[in-house]
Design a binder for this molecule. Structure first.
Ligand code: SIN
Ligand code: CO
Length: 381
């Protein structure tokens, strides 16, 4: 269990003064921090081809980047390299716990948990990110410099490394175990390891209009939606046949706006789009066919855990009507079980106590049977 130290961190003050506004160092944001995973386990994960990983190092003053899976790390020596594993929350239940203290930001804004193992001198170089990140320092220490937002020249130090020109730091600190550095999008930063280090980055994502509209267009085409044509039976004669006149421009815009105003269509799109996983999930479908009684008994004995990285969201109207969105698709259920499905979307773990009231409900048992069969939820040991 990780908990933010409320002596040094107030969620309301953080949201008011820093979130999306400016970077901040939270000294001892975690008291008595212990790494949720070891460097050896991280190195092992980076050997798995399903896991997204990269090595970044400098060779003869030239930046180098290599992508996993890796076979060994012998050639790297003791200094000046770092190994980064993306979507660690998909592969380590213990590491995924590090996301929990940041749940005051809704899950749809979350991207993933990334870890960087770095030897002295190691780092990815000065760069700018397009996302908010909480960098939580595990064992070891790193020096972080963060500059102000500005119009910086960016260049490829290596085809896979977009760097930024030197910047004047507004923050220049040594992060030690338990410290947290929050950086909003657009602030140049550079972390250089002092003592062999593990840093855990809880990253958030957002979407541009272009991104959303291109996702919407794909959704409309896939689902064969919004196929009605523009109609103009009341047209009068045009004097300038080269013109798209004001009323025609308004007609075309209205036709497009009608798509955005269709809440059923838009919620279905947004729910599906935002629950799509951006990184591979460790899905292990469970083919065992449990009887209702067996499932009820398992619920009495075990917590039910959501697969690491699985995204399950709802809108307040849809959850009441029996629709949530799981891993890129709408999911229907009987509205009688809405309260417990809502709990499954809000929490990564459904405790035995929480499910106790529902474990004799056949609609609920049917719902979890499907989720378990798909590998989306599983029983804790
Ligand atoms: C790192 O941990 O080396 C990179 C994290 C970042 O700056 O985004
Ligand atoms: Co960064």
């Amino acid at each position: 269990m990780y908990q933010l130290n409320d002596q040094v961190f107030s969620i309301d003050e953080f949201l008011r003064d820093y979130w999306q506004k400016k970077p901040v160092v939270i000294r001892q944001g975690f008291n008595n921090f212990n790494d949720p995973i070891s460097a050896d386990e991280i190195a092992g994960l980076a050997c798995d081809e399903a896991v997204q990983s990269r090595l970044v190092y400098k060779q003869n003053d030239q930046w180098q980047a290599e992508f996993g899976p890796f076979e060994d790390y012998q050639h790297l020596g003791e200094e000046n390299w770092s190994l980064i594993v993306q979507a660690l929350d998909h592969w380590s239940e213990d590491a995924a716990q590090l996301i929990e203290p940041f749940r005051f930001i809704p899950h749809w804004r979350l991207d993933d948990l990334m870890v960087s193992f770095a030897t002295p001198g190691g780092g990815v170089g000065p760069h700018i990110d397009l996302y908010d990140v909480f960098i939580c320092q595990g064992s070891g220490s790193r020096r972080w410099r963060v500059g102000d937002r500005g119009d910086y020249h960016e260049f490829a130090a290596h085809p896979a490394l977009l760097h930024v020109e030197p910047f004047e730091p507004m923050i220049d600190v040594e992060l030690n175990t338990g410290d947290i550095l929050y950086i909003p999008p657009g602030f140049p930063h550079d972390g250089v390891t002092l003592e062999t280090s593990l840093s855990f980055s809880v990253g958030f994502r957002t979407n541009s209009g272009a991104n959303l509209i291109s996702g919407l267009a794909d959704h409309l085409i896939d689902q064969d939606l919004a196929t009605t044509l523009i109609e103009d039976p009341t047209r009068t004669a045009s004097n300038h046949c080269g013109a798209i006149d004001a009323s025609d421009y308004a007609l075309i815009k209205r036709h497009m706006q009608a798509v955005f105003e269709d809440d059923t269509l838009m919620q279905r799109f947004i729910g599906s789009f935002l629950t799509e996983a951006k990184h591979e999930l460790d899905i292990q479908p469970d083919n065992e066919s449990y009887s209702t009684q067996e499932l009820s008994q398992l619920l009495a004995e075990h917590d039910l855990v959501r697969l690491g990285g699985l995204r399950a969201f709802y809108f307040s109207e849809t959850i009441e009507q029996g629709t949530c969105y799981i891993n890129g698709e709408p999911c229907q259920f009987d509205p009688d079980i809405s309260p417990i499905v809502q709990q499954m979307c809000d929490h990564v773990r459904l405790s035995k106590d929480t499910s106790a009231l529902w474990r004799d409900n056949t609609l609920f048992i049917e719902f979890i049977k499907q989720q378990i069969a798909r590998g989306y939820w599983y029983f804790a040991e």
